[in-house]
Design a protein around this ligand. Structure first.
Ligand code: 7TS
Length: 422
């Protein structure tokens, strides 16, 4: 694929060791705008992150040059589209450290991936009185699919509690690991609290009892280097749109031996090797799980996003964001009456807080007038809110293009909210 001048400029910048904040920001055209007359301060990255021009270019290139369906045509465009799609799978494989490309299934996102596992693996392996063990800090998409499955099967959904700082109670986790547990499903990073869970330890403890583990990496993949072989998890999932890629695309990693055993999820074209009215035989991995025309452009765009973060380096991104997280935590701690929700020792990307006597929606509305985009609400993690006995929080969430100046603007905005509601 041709390298355009912008991509060349990015590649040229890569070897610099100092963090080039303004250079990074220029890669994201959307950030240059003003909102309500103020420079946009985008701090809603846990919901979705913005897209660098490299991703926008990849989408445009696909639709202007290579657009065609995949795996079917013998013609040039179809071959190019197929190659682009399969190259993207290989990029996801490298991104996650998976052993084989056939262990990477393209899906719409983390939600679809978890539903896929529930309705294939879960349908086969979970029966009456079995248990699925999750945690009290899961996003709804790592709760509800299991709840639906458990209801259908007469199984039980069990929950590991969390501490006041928002850390998983590992002693309680261990207590719940009994022979009835057929799957552990846990977030790598909590979207509402920012807690980084000890996934390696969780996998080790579960595997010692023969229990497979699904890791919801939706909030981890954008912020840290992931290596599924090191983690040794059985399933791992993330959404492309949170890693600077397009919406509507994500990936499910599964160990080949497990995926092979699992029945298909959706039936349709591409997932079969032969069909008669009497019997259908299914395609090999990964195609068995990719029925119908997939999000071809999305996969290619995700591949471009992975290339982009790869050029900067996940370790450097993690270090930059960690410094920002500490800086932002200190800046917000100076505001009287502000309480951080989620103070785990290991955190990534998230500053969630409440202001005494002021509803988070009011905080969010005032911040919006300052051009600052944050999220307010339960963040699709209502049980977390219940645990802390609050209806909602204001959440600022970080990405690689955020700066200290933006966190200063956030803190100044919060001070303004305090003055307005005093
Ligand atoms: N898991 C976690 C931990 C998440 O944070 C999210 C989305 C999902 C799964 C679902 O991802 P999707 O791409 O399939 O929707 N989290 C958020 C959030 O925090 N605000 O908006 C979406």
């Amino acid at each position: 694929m041709a390298v355009n001048s912008h991509q060349a400029a990015v590649a040229e910048r890569t070897p610099v060791t100092a963090w080039d904040a303004q250079g990074v920001r220029r890669d994201f055209p959307i950030l240059a705008q003003r909102v309500h007359g103020k420079p946009l301060v985008y701090l809603d990255n846990a919901a979705t992150s913005q897209k660098p021009r490299a991703v926008l270019d990849a989408l445009l290139d696909f639709y202007t040059r290579d657009c065609s369906n995949i795996h079917r045509g013998v013609h040039e465009l179809s071959e190019r589209a197929t190659a682009g799609y399969e190259e993207a799978r290989e990029k996801v494989r490298t991104f996650l450290g998976a052993r084989e490309a056939r262990e990477i299934i393209f899906v719409r996102g983390a939600t679809e991936a978890i539903n896929l596992v529930a309705w294939t693996f879960g349908r086969e392996r979970i029966g009456v009185d079995d248990e699925v063990l999750i945690t009290a800090m899961e996003h709804h998409s790592n709760i509800v699919p299991w709840q639906i499955l458990c209801e259908a099967k007469g199984a039980k959904l069990c929950v590991t509690p969390i501490s006041d700082s928002g850390e998983l109670r590992m002693d309680e986790f261990e207590k719940r690991l009994n022979p009835r547990v057929k799957l552990v499903a846990v977030a790598h990073v909590s979207n509402a609290l920012g807690t980084v869970n000890p996934v390696e330890e969780i996998v080790r403890m579960s595997h010692a009892r023969g229990i497979p583990v699904l890791v919801d990496g939706a909030q981890a993949a954008p912020h840290m280097k992931v290596d599924v072989q090191e983690l040794d998890c059985d399933f791992y999932t993330f959404s492309g749109h949170k890693v600077y890629g397009p919406t509507g695309i994500g990936a499910l990693y599964g160990k080949a031996a497990l995926l092979d055993e699992m029945p298909p999820f959706h039936g349709g074209g591409d997932m079969i090797s032969s069909v008669t009215f009497e019997k259908t035989t299914y395609n090999v991995l990964p195609y068995k799980f990719e029925a119908g025309t997939p999000n071809i452009a999305g996969a290619i765009g995700l591949g471009a996003a992975i290339d982009y973060v790869g050029r900067i380096g996940m370790e450097r991104i993690a270090a930059h964001e960690h410094a920002l997280l500490e800086y932002g935590t200190r800046a917000l701690a100076r505001v009287p009456g502000l309480r951080m929700v989620g103070t785990a020792r290991k955190k990534a990307g998230v500053l969630s807080f409440v202001l005494e006597g002021i509803h988070p929606h009011d905080v969010g509305t005032v911040l919006d007038r300052e051009g600052i985009a944050v999220r307010t609400g339960h963040h699709c993690a209502q049980p977390v809110m219940d645990r802390f006995r609050i209806p909602a929080t204001t959440r600022a969430s970080l990405a690689l293009y955020n700066t200290r100046e933006e966190l200063d603007a956030l803190a100044a905005g919060v001070w303004k909210v305090k003055e307005m509601f005093a």
